[in-house]
Write a protein that binds this ligand. Structure first.
Ligand SMILES: *Cc1c(COP(=O)(O)O)cnc(C)c1O
Length: 467
């Protein structure tokens, strides 16, 4: 399996190179040269396969031979080591709860898979270096010196730089904690993440460093973007990104759809189509679902639920793709003005607008409807939605009504406790903190204060490397 750049100006690479570099040299996103096709027999077997084996079978074609089977089995088993229950909310709408991972948001799966892949590749490079050094000592040949040079640069530890509005940082910190030869630097906007999110970012220690930036999420993201373009920093560090642009974070998200489908056919049989509503920001998650469908998983229609940041909703209505500066909403993980994975969706749809309209719908809702929905669903159905799930719930209701279908599922992408302000105001009571994150409350926050300036960030990075 190889990957080509959607920028079309860079050479094809294997999974390893795509995972290590994140983006192609031409700044395009990587996309698989062929989408693996599962046979009817495989799909039939998938119905009852255990989660870890299913994860391995889905990921294996994408990883190819860059990771040996035993290691990939272990990576998959660790990645999905928690529950993904499909829970009925009403008689028409069920929630696939993706918040049972260590940081209570769906980004755990992608972050855990990617971190373990990078850990595997850096261990492999280290072993290779030791082998070559030994070879040089015994042979003293100039030829092998050349290859040592090459390996040395390749095995320079990776530095993952990531800007977060909340959920990504926690998932990446948790996923990469203790991974050898990988250092993680997280930039987050001071005072703009929720208390639990901040603890998840700032209490890891070890190879994880949090920078508390005096500015907005956009400022954090601008610093990270500048860093990737900075030749001096890229000489000092082997920088890589951990957002859904990276295939190692994007592709494992397909697994949710396989797990949902297993539970769906167990409840409803395999004749009723499973329509799926996905709260969308950068469109990585929904795009992964569309890949799963393109590879043969019999899924129904896809619906992208959006907040006021509704470039795609409007595109589907008007045919005009107009990007905007993002606006702040209560479902802040979807505050994206220019969704980076949309080009991948267009690639799946062979860049055909009519195919896109056939496979994807989108609806957009404002903050007032979001809060009212959290309140209503709590009152009527005794289910606490988070703001992102609430946007999806609204979209599911509208889709069911307009298309006259009987059922849809929504992806519940985060635990409501991560957004206490809006959820607690809507339901009129406090939310219990799950036992799995209670321990964070006793931990000490450690963050490095940073002004929102690229110069300040760069000076800090360069100071770090010379020590
Ligand atoms: C990241 C995130 C989203 C958006 O996912 P995309 O893959 O960027 O579309 C939705 N909900 C929550 C809670 C998130 O953290």
């Amino acid at each position: 399996m190889h990957y080509y750049s959607l920028g079309k100006q860079s050479p094809n690479v294997d999974f390893k190179t795509a995972a290590i570099t994140g983006q192609a040299p031409d700044k395009g996103l990587y996309f698989p040269t062929t989408i693996p096709q599962f046979t009817k027999e495989q799909i039939e077997r998938f119905k009852t396969l255990d989660k870890a084996s299913l994860a391995f079978e889905v990921m294996k074609p994408y990883v190819g031979d860059t990771i040996d089977d035993t290691s990939l089995q272990q990576i998959c088993a660790e990645t999905i080591h928690f529950d993904f229950p499909l829970v009925p909310i009403t008689d028409k709408i069920s929630a696939l709860e993706l918040f049972h991972g260590p940081t209570l948001a769906f980004k755990d799966v992608g972050a855990r898979f990617m971190s373990r892949c990078l850990g595997y590749f850096s261990k492999e490079a280290k072993a290779e270096k030791i082998k070559l050094t030994a070879q040089r000592e015994s042979e003293q040949q100039s030829e092998s010196e050349h290859s040592i040079e090459k390996t040395l640069t390749y095995s320079k530890p990776s530095t993952v730089l990531v800007a977060t509005s909340g959920d990504t940082g926690g998932a990446v910190a948790n996923g990469f904690l203790g991974v050898e030869s990988v250092e993680v630097i997280i930039l987050y906007p001071k005072g703009k993440v929720s208390p639990i999110q901040e603890l998840q970012l700032t209490t890891c220690g070890q190879n994880i460093t949090a920078l508390e930036v005096e500015g907005s999420f956009d400022d954090c993201q601008a610093i990270v973007k500048d860093a990737f373009m900075d030749a001096q920093l890229n000489t000092a560090y082997h920088l890589t990104s951990a957002n859904s642009i990276n295939v190692a974070r994007w592709l494992p998200q397909q697994l949710y759809y396989f797990f949902a489908w297993q539970q769906w056919v167990a409840s409803y049989g395999d004749q009723m189509p499973m329509h799926i509503v996905v709260p969308s920001g950068n469109f990585g998650n929904i795009c992964a679902g569309m890949m799963a469908k393109a590879s043969g998983l019999p899924l129904g229609h896809f619906v992208a639920a959006c907040n006021a940041n509704n470039v795609v909703t409007r595109y589907l209505q008007t045919g005009n793709y107009e990007i905007h500066k993002s606006v702040t909403t209560v479902s802040n993980a979807m505050d994206v003005g220019n969704p980076s994975n949309f080009v991948r969706i267009m690639e799946i749809m062979q860049n055909n607008f009519e195919s896109l309209q056939k496979g994807l719908s989108s609806y957009s809702y404002d903050d007032a409807s979001t809060a009212a929905t959290i309140q209503r669903v709590y009152k009527n159905n005794n289910y606490i939605l988070d703001p992102h799930g609430a946007v999806a719930f609204l979209a599911a209701e509208q889709f069911i009504k307009e298309q006259e279908v009987t059922h849809a599922i929504i992806l519940e992408t985060a635990h409501p406790v991560k957004f206490p302000e809006v959820v607690e105001a809507a339901i009129g009571q406090t939310i219990d903190i799950p036992a799995s994150v209670q321990f964070l409350l006793d931990k000490e926050k450690i963050a490095i204060p940073m002004e929102a300036s690229y110069q300040a960030f760069k000076a800090w990075m360069l100071g770090k490397v010379s020590v």
